[in-house]
Design a protein around this ligand. Structure first.
Ligand SMILES: [Zn+2]
Length: 301
């Protein structure tokens, strides 16, 4: 009998030590989307985008879009950054074709964490694939946690002024999922600490109050960058190219360049929410721009 075909099998959890902390990146799911252009490079030509794709050995049309929340265990508190898609796909007809079912909780259990163990849930910004796993069927998925939002981000969605047509449904979701959490939440601004060793960094542009986070333990540093760059070739090699889901495109470009510059200058390892799993690596300067260098074993030594 020939061996059976057992289907794809790919890693979904990656954990390493950073000083006295443990950090785990967890794959909540993946989408495959059509239209690399104009999703990326809306201010460039399709030919330019396709040429860059070919030069990097990736498909010129279809692209994989993973979702990677990060857990940081400081030894005192278990801090979750973003909650992925949760049950959004099942609960909202409008999102059926766009988002996968969230696997975060199932994957966390495999890694030895129960949802009740999470002490702090930080939302980098209010887009659906980052807040979707906060609640399910109206109930809190992480029942013992306190919540942390960027003050500017929370304020923007709550006030509901200047919300683009494309983000109207996003605003409804934010009102339903996040606003009821206000009395269990802390609202922070760039420069503030989430817990000792974890500091918010301004990354506004992709979303009005997007935050990245700088982690430091025993002199070791790491960054959680969420959606500053949303594709490992397009956004890194051409940070000036517009990404269709960036709410303020020019501001997103400026933030992207500033953060890429910092990551490259300090040779900082970081995770990016939508990069190929485990989403961890470095950027280096290359030909007037940058290049993504995936992590190999630097953080494991
Ligand atoms: Zn995202």
């Amino acid at each position: 009998m020939p061996a059976s075909m057992n289907g794809e099998m790919q890693p979904t959890i990656y954990r390493f030590k950073l000083g006295g902390f443990e950090i785990a990146t967890i794959l909540d799911g993946k989408s495959v989307r059509d239209g690399l252009h104009p999703a990326f490079g809306g201010n460039a030509s399709a030919d330019e985008v396709h040429a860059l794709a070919r030069a990097n050995n990736i498909d010129t049309n279809r692209f994989e879009h993973p979702y990677i929340p990060t857990l940081v265990n400081t030894g005192k508190e278990l801090v979750l950054f973003d909650t992925g898609n949760g049950a959004l796909r099942r609960e909202h007809e409008a999102l059926k074709s766009r988002l996968p079912d969230g696997q975060l909780v199932e994957q966390m259990r495999k890694a030895g964490y129960r949802p009740e163990d999470v002490d702090v849930v930080v939302s980098t910004h209010g887009h659906p694939d980052h807040i979707g796993g906060l609640t399910e069927g109206g109930r809190l998925v992480f029942p013992n946690a306190r919540y942390v939002f960027g003050a500017a981000e929370f304020d923007f969605w709550k006030r509901g002024e200047n919300v683009s047509e494309a983000r109207k449904f996003n605003r409804e979701l934010f009102m339903k999922i996040c606003v009821p959490l206000a009395d269990r939440s802390t609202f922070i601004k760039p420069g503030d600490e989430v817990v000792s060793g974890i500091t918010a960094v301004d990354a506004a542009g992709h979303a009005p109050g997007l935050m990245a986070f700088h982690i430091e333990s025993e002199g070791k540093r790491f960054m959680i960058t969420a959606d500053t760059c949303t594709q490992y070739v397009m956004a890194v090699q051409r940070p000036d190219w517009y990404f269709a889901m960036d709410d303020d495109k020019d501001k997103a470009v400026a933030s992207r360049k500033r953060i890429l510059d910092m990551l490259a200058a300090d040779k900082l390892p970081f995770v990016s929410f939508h990069f190929p799993f485990p989403g961890i690596g470095y950027v280096e300067r290359a030909g007037g721009s940058y290049r993504w260098v995936p992590h190999s074993y630097q953080l494991n030594l």
